[in-house]
Each structure stands twice: as structure tokens, then as C-alpha cells.
Design a protein around this ligand. Structure first.
Ligand code: SF4
Length: 383
């Protein structure tokens, strides 16, 4: 542990990353970390988000001073950052994750400090010996005290057995998700395996997906997939179809070089690549599209989605395929409650829209699909 992370004995109620000279000792299940968007929505942090007032998912993360024992190369929480920063001070999917007492979080939601914004809660596990047991404790309390808000589990297959997943289902977990992230065995090994001194294994992650299909059933499990780590668009479509055929859903993240990660010097995924993958994923997840009906060029880029152009055009016009993909809310299964505002791009150049697109947004997206180097904030987007 470095000088900065030597803990302070005084218990805190709420901690924002880098708030104190020394990071307090905070452990789950007494404490949880949450996304900045969730902290703003709960009124724990003053602030606003570009074009959206809240997130509809309370994303929670189990937390320990020892941190995650894995070392995934694109992740801000990875073990290799131990020398540089304390766990509770690290950024994750582009944002800070403040720490709060779970008691306080539950009380604030029961008192509707979120004004009813949360349509889902999610517990993100990490690779840590206590993560499994504490996830059960957090789930039990939530199901008992906030039963009207369903829970997703973002699992850690490396430390889970079949019985652990059954137990989570029995205790009331609604959706079980596997953060596969990398979509080929080679990229998985290079970014999450022995190559980076990390314990994750491709086959174990697929076994967890197969178990989730058995235990949680259709529509109640899924995978996180990161677009832009060296896979082709065809690779991504084939994995999306494989998970859809098992009955699951695909939750997409545009690769963004995370500050402090081993991949912080990599370029973000190109916009046209990302937009085609968003569209293809949506068609596979919600419109029964098949990879066999799609056409790809020699570089594995999608050249035809296998749909009549009028039909495709009408779908693009809705904007829905370009919204953040994730676990659904109360209203529409194709719209994610987990809208993760600016979790994979800056607000100045939106990749996953955390809100419904307006006409101007759709025009920008169309130009991006056509390969034009325009961003959502480009003032010339209207020309
Ligand atoms: S999509 Fe969101 S709510 Fe669902 S498992 Fe992933 S982080 Fe959790």
C-alpha cells in the first residue's frame, strides 16, 4: 500500500475520491461505491449532467482497500494502479466513484431522494475473496428494504460456482450479467488473462453465461461487450448473435482510453465503426436479425444489415439503437434504465446517448455512419 492509501481510522459517511489527504478505510458490505451519476441523482453530490438530470440505475460497486485483484488492461480499477492510487480514489468507466454507507444509500432511496428516478439497482462484483459473500448481504438487504426496484448483478465468474448463481437467483436477483468485455479468445487473453498477469479465463466466462441461461432464463441474463479493442465488426456481431441465441442480451460499451489504465494511450473506437455495431447489436437483440443475412467487407466491416433500406432508415430515425444499451427499466425493454451518462465518451462527443435522441442527434449519427468525422457537439453538425 502506498503512503496515500494508509487508512484513516475515523469512519466516514461519505467520501469523494481524493477528498482527504489519506483515504479512509471503507469496506463492503458497510460501504459501497457508486457512479458519480448515481451520487448526483441521490443528492449526495451537487452537480449536473449534460442534457440529462439523472441516471435511472443505481450502479453500486463493492469496495475494499485491497481493491480488485485482477489486472484488466482497459480498466481504471486494475491492480497495477496500487502504487499510484488507493482503490477508492480510482476512476472507473471514465468517472469517479464516491463511497457511501449502504445504510445511508438505502435510506435515501426509501425516502425517495432520487425522486423515483431509479428503476434498477446494480451490484458490481470485483475479484476479491469477500466480494461474493458481500454481494449476497447487499442483495438481501435491498430485496427486503427496497423491493420495488429490481436488482442486476454484474458478476465475477472467476470466483463463482453454479451454486452461487442459483443462490443469487433464489434471493431475488432479477438479471445476471457477465462482463465478458473482450469478444475474441485472443483479445480476452491479451487484456484480461495471463498476458497482463490477470486471473480471468475465456472458457470460465462462457461457462458462467451458459449457467446464467439455465438459472436466470431468457431475457434475464446478458453480457457486457466492449467495442474497439481490436475485434472486427463481424466478430462483434457473431458474439451478439451467440448470446442472443442463448436467450441473453448484449450491453455495449464503446472503447474509451481510461486514464491510468494500461490502454490509456489507445485511440477510442472510430465513430462509424461504433455506430454500425450499435445498429447491428440492436437488430440482433430486438429485431431478430441474423449475421448470415448481413454483408461484410474484407476488413469485417458491416456493409449490409440484411434489412430493406426503408426499414433500416425508419429504425435509424427513431434513434433508439444509439442509446446506451443495458438492463431495462419499467417502460420499454429496448431502452436501458442503466443509461450510464458519459460512461464511454465525453459529453462533447456522445457515443452512447443516455437519453432519447432528438432530430439533430439523429442527423449527426447518420453522418457518422457515413464516415464523416463529426461529433455531437460539432457546431457544423447542422450544415
Ligand atoms: S447493464 Fe448496467 S445494470 Fe445491467 S449489469 Fe451492466 S452495469 Fe449492471
Amino acid at each position: 500500500m502506498n503512503a496515500r492509501s494508509e487508512s484513516v481510522a475515523t469512519p466516514v459517511n461519505f467520501y469523494r475520491p481524493r477528498d482527504f489527504a489519506r483515504t479512509p478505510e471503507m469496506r463492503s458490505p458497510e460501504y459501497v461505491q457508486m457512479s458519480t451519476a448515481a451520487a448526483i441523482t441521490l443528492g449526495l453530490v451537487q452537480g449536473s449532467m449534460h442534457r440529462t438530470a439523472c441516471t435511472h440505475c443505481l450502479n453500486l460497486l463493492v469496495t475494499y482497500p485491497e481493491g480488485c485483484r485482477a489486472n484488466c488492461s482497459y480498466c481504471g480499477l486494475a491492480r497495477h494502479r496500487e502504487e499510484e492510487s488507493a482503490y477508492a480514489d480510482r476512476n472507473f468507466i471514465r468517472v469517479d466513484w464516491p463511497t457511501a454507507r449502504y445504510d445511508d444509500v438505502i435510506e435515501r432511496v426509501r425516502n425517495r431522494n432520487d425522486h423515483g428516478a431509479f428503476e434498477r439497482m446494480c451490484i458490481s462484483m470485483i475479484t476479491h475473496p469477500e466480494s461474493g459473500e458481500d454481494t449476497v448481504t447487499l442483495l438481501d438487504r435491498w430485496v427486503a428494504e427496497v423491493p420495488d426496484v429490481p436488482v442486476s448483478i454484474l458478476s465475477n465468474p472467476t470466483t463463482m460456482r453454479y451454486a452461487d448463481m442459483e443462490d443469487l437467483r433464489t434471493r431475488g436477483a432479477d438479471i445476471f450479467t457477465v462482463a465478458l468485455d473482450a469478444v475474441t479468445p485472443e483479445i480476452f487473453e491479451q487484456t484480461r488473462g495471463k498476458t497482463v498477469d490477470s486471473p480471468h479465463r475465456w472458457d470460465r466466462y462462457w461457462r458462467a453465461l451458459e449457467w446464467a441461461a439455465e438459472i436466470f432464463g431468457p431475457e434475464k441474463f446478458g453480457a457486457h461487450l466492449i467495442c474497439g479493442m481490436g475485434e472486427t465488426e463481424r466478430d462483434m456481431m457473431e458474439i451478439c448473435e451467440r448470446i442472443r441465441d442463448m436467450g441473453g442480451h448484449n450491453h455495449m460499451f464503446a472503447f474509451f482510453p481510461e486514464r491510468g489504465s494500461l490502454m490509456e494511450d489507445r485511440d477510442p473506437v472510430p465513430r462509424d465503426h461504433w455506430r454500425r455495431v450499435q445498429l447491428g447489436r440492436f437488430l440482433i437483440d430486438f429485431a431478430g436479425a441474423r449475421v448470415a443475412d448481413m454483408r461484410f467487407d474484407a476488413a469485417g466491416r458491416i456493409t449490409d444489415f440484411g434489412l430493406e433500406s426503408a426499414e433500416l432508415d425508419a429504425l435509424i430515425e427513431t434513434g433508439t439503437p444509439f442509446r446506451t444499451s443495458g438492463c431495462p427499466g419499467k417502460a420499454d425493454d429496448t431502452v436501458s434504465a442503466c443509461n450510464r451518462p458519459y460512461g464511454d465518451s465525453s459529453p462533447a462527443d456522445i457515443f452512447s446517448f443516455p437519453f432519447a435522441l432528438n432530430e439533430k442527434d439523429v442527423r449527426v449519427v447518420r453522418r457518422q455512419i457515413a464516415g464523416e468525422p463529426v461529433g455531437t457537439f460539432d457546431f457544423d453538425a447542422d450544415d
